[in-house]
Design a protein around this ligand. Structure first.
Ligand SMILES: Nc1ncnc2c1ncn2[C@@H]1O[C@H](COP(=O)(O)OP(=O)(O)O)[C@@H](O)[C@H]1O
Ligand SMILES: [Mg+2]
Length: 455
């Protein structure tokens, strides 16, 4: 399932905003950039709102999704509307003659302010229709996959991991959608789910430490070793394996996420050979682990028939994907997402030039004064160029930039004594390896030599 395009009418700050997203062989990542208040979050929440109707109708025939809140109707207007155009092969999979257009599903959600006359109306038949195909599939086949649909808002903070878990939950395939569009990472559920799968894994196989012991006591070439290896692989839970693999792919150096019961119930992970309680990780590590773990868990629940559930299909929305991330992680986050979850469509927002300069097939849109501006590929650009050209931001502190400019003017105008004083003053202020300062120093020296030769 992919979003081909969407349109917002009288919604938030947008009178009319229409965008085509990266899909259908043109890459799978779209990034929205723009200043604070440009409307990035509005775009993602609108998509989550309209997609919630498909999820609701998948759960039940007459289900209701989220409504457009009244306060987001553009001030002064009576109604707001969201349209979406979705491509999904599922619906016509039984019909090999179906052409492309038969895989397209469009639906509309509108909201009219209280006491006003409705000028825009909802039309949700095609969402219902598409959901029905999936429901028929669920009824007919045990291995029917469902498309992941998830929104990770800025408030996706990782709360402390709950120590007490009240009751045992049983997790059904459709539960993969629980809270997926309104709160992002649901760490309590993640923990409950993880513990349940792990109990299941331990019941159906030998405990890991016993297996490790056995393995180390027999020769690698022997039949027994191979049999033990096979036994170990087959007793691993497929869903847990998916989550562990996703985290290991995403965060090199991290492995073996597991639930520990002593001294108290907690989750632990190995980081570079050291075992840590998950609550000891940094905020950036936690939020990345929770994001990746949550996507992987939902995919694992929704794709019971797939050998590798990480290859499941879906749409993932992440607001401010660079949040809490170290620059080197910002740079690689898109690549890691698409490598780990190759069949998901990602729609992201960011403030970071590093996020958009590392993706080859990334579609970037800038929101400027309520309008959409297509940004040419920033692949391979350095962060300063992206800041200057695309994000309209000074690459250095303005006061320092002015002082450096004045210094160069003095040198160029031959006022070398004054330049020297200014240079020395700046040397006290800036780090000694400041590139512009070193350049100015060389330039000044050259001018001095030139003057000496001319005398
Ligand atoms: N009902 C409305 N009418 C007009 N403008 C609105 C309305 N609701 C929100 N806005 C504008 O939209 C902006 C919020 O956009 P948001 O999507 O949160 O921006 P971003 O995520 O890019 O920082 C606010 O700054 C406000 O100016
Ligand atoms: Mg925002």
């Amino acid at each position: 399932m992919e979003i081909i395009s969407f349109r917002l009418t009288n919604l938030g700050r947008f009178e009319q905003l229409k965008a085509h997203l990266a899909s259908r062989g043109k890459g799978s990542v779209t990034v929205f950039i723009g200043n604070n208040g440009a409307g990035k979050t509005t775009v993602l929440t609108s998509l989550a709102t309209i997609l919630s109707w498909f999820v609701a109708r998948l759960r039940s025939e007459k289900g209701s999704g989220s409504h457009i809140p009244e306060e987001v109707i553009l001030n002064g207007q009576a109604s707001a509307m969201i349209d979406i155009e979705v491509f999904d092969e599922q619906g016509q999979s039984g019909n090999p003659d179906a052409d492309e257009s038969e895989h397209l599903y469009c639906w509309t959600l509108a909201k009219t302010a209280k006491g006003k006359k409705a000028s825009l109306t909802s039309s949700l038949q095609e969402a219902t229709h598409l959901a029905e195909y999936y429901r028929n599939g669920l009824t007919a086949r045990k291995d029917q996959s469902l498309p992941l649909i998830a929104f990770y808002p800025v408030e996706r903070v990782v709360l402390d991991i709950p120590l007490k878990i009240k009751s045992k939950h049983s997790f059904l395939q459709l539960d993969g959608y629980d809270n997926s569009l309104n709160q992002g990472v649901d760490f309590r559920r993640f923990f409950e789910w993880f513990r349940e799968r792990e109990d299941f894994e331990n019941e159906s196989g030998l405990p890991q430490d016993i297996l490790d012991n056995l393995l180390s006591s027999v020769s690698i070439e022997s039949d027994i070793w191979h049999k033990l290896q096979y036994f170990m692989a087959s007793s691993r839970d497929r869903q847990l394996t998916a989550v562990r693999t996703a985290i290991a792919n995403f965060m090199p150096g991290f492995s073996n996420l597991r639930v520990r019961r002593k001294p108290r119930l907690h989750m632990s992970i190995d980081k570079d050979g050291q075992t840590l309680n998950v609550s000891q990780l940094s905020q950036g590590e936690k939020s990345l682990m929770a994001l990746v773990g949550d996507i992987a868990r939902r995919l694992a629940m929704m794709n019971p028939g797939l050998e590798n559930p990480l290859h499941g299909d879906g749409i993932v929305l992440v607001d401010e994907v660079d949040m809490h991330l170290h620059p080197s992680w910002q740079r690689s986050v898109i690549r890691r997402l698409t490598d780990t979850f190759p069949n998901c469509q990602f729609i992201l927002t960011t403030h970071s030039p590093l996020v958009i300069s590392d993706g080859k097939d990334v579609m970037v849109y800038s929101l400027e004064n309520g309008e959409l501006v297509t940004v040419s590929s920033q692949y391979g650009q350095d962060a300063n160029t992206v800041l200057l050209d695309v994000m309209d931001t000074h690459i250095r502190n303005e006061t320092v930039a002015k002082k450096l400019g004045d210094l160069l003017d003095l040198i160029q105008n031959g006022k070398l004594e004054e330049a020297k004083n200014k240079l020395n003053a700046l040397k006290d202020e800036l780090p000694s390896n400041n590139l512009e300062l070193v350049k100015a120093q060389i330039l000044l020296r050259k001018q001095e030599i030139k003057n000496a030769q001319n005398q």
